[in-house]
Design a protein around this ligand. Sequence first.
Ligand code: UD1
Ligand code: CA
Length: 459
Amino acid sequence: MEDLTVIVLAAGQGTRMRSSLPKVLHDLAGRPLLAHVIDTARCLEPARIVVVHGHGGEQVRAAFPDPDLTWVHQARQLGTGHAVAEAMAAVRPKGTVLVLYGDVPLLRPETLRDLLDAQKRVPLALLTARVNDPTGYGRIVRDEHGSLRAIVEEKDANDAERAIDEINTGVMAVDADHLSRWLADLDNDNAQGEYYLTDVVAMAVGEGVAVASVHPREPDEFLGVNDRRQLAHIERLYQKRQSHALMAAGVTLRDPARLDVRGRVQAGRDVVIDVDVVLEGDVSLGEGVQIGPFCHLKNVTLGPDCRVLSHSVLESVTAEAGVTIGPFARLRPGTYLASEVKVGNFVELKNAQVGEGSKINHLSYVGDADVGRDVNIGAGTITCNYDGANKHRTVIGDGAFIGSDTQLVAPVIVGEGATIGAGSTITRDAPPHALTLSRVPQETREGWRRPQKRNKGEA
Ligand code: UD1
Ligand code: CA
């Protein structure tokens, strides 16, 4: 919408968070509260997004280097009306202003579109809600015909007004020119000595200007964060939404309350996710993928029918179809697994490519390595990739067999079809199709006796 300016109020201190971090930088699903609000604003394709910052201003600004944001500094927090007034210099005249709050992160673009649609017919439209407990909110005062008359802040309200269960969410869409005029007339003659944005409603009514109201599509969308309890509550609501979206897309969740998504998840049909799983960053799960309990996946792409068994931790990993991982696997950044690879328990991989059908089933560390196809890496194999100063690569050819308890001291190449005898320390390249082993010769000492415990008192 090219005549729309979104103003995001984010200057408040957030005293009740009891934090040295500005409130809008607190984390919701892995990203700052303000990031969620800005994302929602972007969905509306406004001409401009103006963020009003104050407390911890530089820190807030530094967290959002995005070039499409206009920043306005409100040095003293004199009220929501004052904050919007400070932002008006950045607003296009003749357009529409949508006011959002940096600490109200759950509003949906659809709800805001409803509000903007209502505002097309009248100069001022408010997002209001009916609630069981209106404590703390501004109350929506209507006349006997149900027409909006004013918003009264709780601290200025009389008993009858306090009993009103329709509240101001704080979000409004308003004609920019009317708004400029009304803001210029605000005063701070009220219980809090603040310039209330909400006073523009009574001004509009006084001028005979029609005011519309719209309710959010979901009951909890307008909730804001003032303290850590509310933050936790909003996190749960957010996660519930994510779970519902995944299930709607054909994912089975063993317990929707025990999945946390901190980023974006794409999932094919018939993905099954067991309990206590955290998905972070960009996660893509192919059709039929199964994630076992207690897994943590960050920036992971899994092809169809991959299985991640319980207690596995994956970061920056790509796996093709039919790969099995875990239980208790740790796959670190730069891991690429071709199709049908098996990575078993207590295996750590880092910066390693593993070819089709290869198996690393038990207790191994493979780092900085290129492993071919159909390779079998026995239990307890270690690539010694670090000499204390530099990292070196290990290359293992197709069809090689690495016996258990082998150390591959990089840089080293194991040829195609080579066999490494168990317990070897390989320091030089192993030729293809041959057996290579390094071994201390086995000896037996006949007649050797185990040391005996001394008797007490003996020296
Ligand atoms: C405001 C509304 C109230 C509504 C409630 C919804 C006013 C006068 N009241 O009250 O009707 O029910 O929100 O939550 O608008 N802010 C600034 N600069 C300021 C003051 C506030 O940027 O000078 C920002 C805050 O960071 C916050 C938002 O504006 O994000 C709301 O401010 P807050 O003080 O929490 O308003 P409420 O008293 O809750
Ligand atoms: Ca508030």
